[in-house]
Design a protein around this ligand. Sequence first.
Ligand code: DON
Length: 595
Amino acid sequence: MRCFSALLLSAFVFSAPGFAQEAADAVAPETATQGQVKALTEEVIAALEAKLDGVPVTSENWMVAAANPLAVEAGAKVLRAGGSAADAMVAVQVVLGLVEPQSSGLGGGAFLVWYDAATGRMTTLDGRETAPQAAKPRLFQDEQGEPLKFFDAVVGGLSVGTPGTPALLEEAHRRWGRSSWPGLFADGIRLADEGFLVSPRLASLVENDAERLSRFPETAAYFLPGGELLQQGQRLTNPAYANTLRVLASDGAAGFYGGEIAADIVRTVRNAPGNPGVLSGIDLALYQVIEREPVCAEYRAYEVCGMGPPSSGALTVGQILGMLNNYDLAAMGAESAEAWRLIGDASRLAFADRGRYMADSDFVPMPTKGLVDPDYLAQRAALLNTEAALAEIAPGQPEFDHALNWADDVSLEFPSTSHISIVDSYGNVLSMTTTIENGFGSRLMTNGFLLNNELTDFSFKTHSDGVPIANRLEPGKRPRSSMSPTIVMQDGAPVLAIGSPGGSRIIGYVAKSIIAWADWDMDVQQALSLPHLVNRFGTYDVEAGTAAEGFTDALVLQGFEVSPRDLTSGLHAIEIGEGLSGGADPRREGIALGE
Ligand code: DON
């Protein structure tokens, strides 16, 4: 076994050829700190090493991949004891809410895709935050009707939607759980009481966000104790969170959506200094998880399935892949600038449709089926049959039995969020992306957890030139998401569970990884580690410091504007074949573990 300092410092070694190989050497993984190593078990160290070596973790019976080793271990313990993927997810999520609080937790929302081995059915559950009943469509506009600046809207009570994650945990367990509910909270409670070691990523994000975190006393006391920044490797306890978990363990989600925790959430939102919100006890009491039809798109020999509206994830990933299905990317290979031209412009076309049509379909009519219809996508794909970047991008006209067209939207999304992939020993597969939206959400904290700012995923403008925007805010509506928890099927059986954080770049991260896995014969770890090139709205983002930058000249020649930047995805994926094979994103702190 490699010594710890080598584990920390080793360049990320990658086994794919050419551009991927070079790039791998340059991607600096975020991994454990010196302080943390004492707490790492041998199996966690082996999993971190596998990630650094660019090889997947393999197993026979079950596997869990998520953003933090402590959370993964909690899930592994449940799976080892015979729990289902739904049980393990509860244990993973409650620990993530503690050790990766900036990304997801009880104060946020999530989407879950489930393949049920016993019935062969796929189900998706929508645990998205909802807009309060008292929220007005112009919530994020000033008195002159101008959109607020992003962080003026994010920080404080205004942006807080009714959390969905606690209800989602309970619903998933009610449907698919095999373990006793209270036991799933044991690791979260223990770690919150005894403390955990602050990870490098959490410490650096606290440092970057210190001013905003200092605005609210409860948040400041936790993340800036005594006015000092949290340090990596420092032991941090969260007794308030342990108490919240005890309430959930004993009373279920009712203990969150009613009683003292609910009252504290409402008080915190409505009394946020400078930026109070409108969330009420009624909003919390009425919150519901919604079961929705999965959205699937054809790609090569596969069906790529995921979360439909209010997420734009499965539709946009499906559109990109559905267009590219008309081109032979396998023959071009990962090192072909032509392949990246096609991927980049297919994405831009898909994002144009996303901006025009996609929102909460319970509130606005949406051409959901038309958007991933293979004939429609073949028409859109024909636009790519050229040699240069498309000069103009416009939404298409998918089959739509509703006369109203929407105006293009202008909503913004910024980084945090987490993805969990799990396969249990019964063959069930879970893919769940979970979020509080921005890093540290609204920055408001109560009872040991942060409250989301998910409402800023709505368009701040309600209309454009008098034409309504589909993703405008309405009371009770769920903001459009880009989260793309995905299960790829082949001949009716699941073959890959995948997803990522990354705001609207999630879509590009997931689509690219599926292409690398399906067309370029990469294993699951290679596919995740492959440097990113992502295009949403015109600018081609290439992953800074990696060989992706080597495409710059070719892309510029094709007519793209190119921007090198950090692209901190957090992909976690499990391939289901003869056995299981898992990968974790070297750009974050997660691992895959299995047995
Ligand atoms: O639902 C969404 O699409 C966003 N609120 C997710 C935010 C996110 O992924 C930030 N990621 N790094």
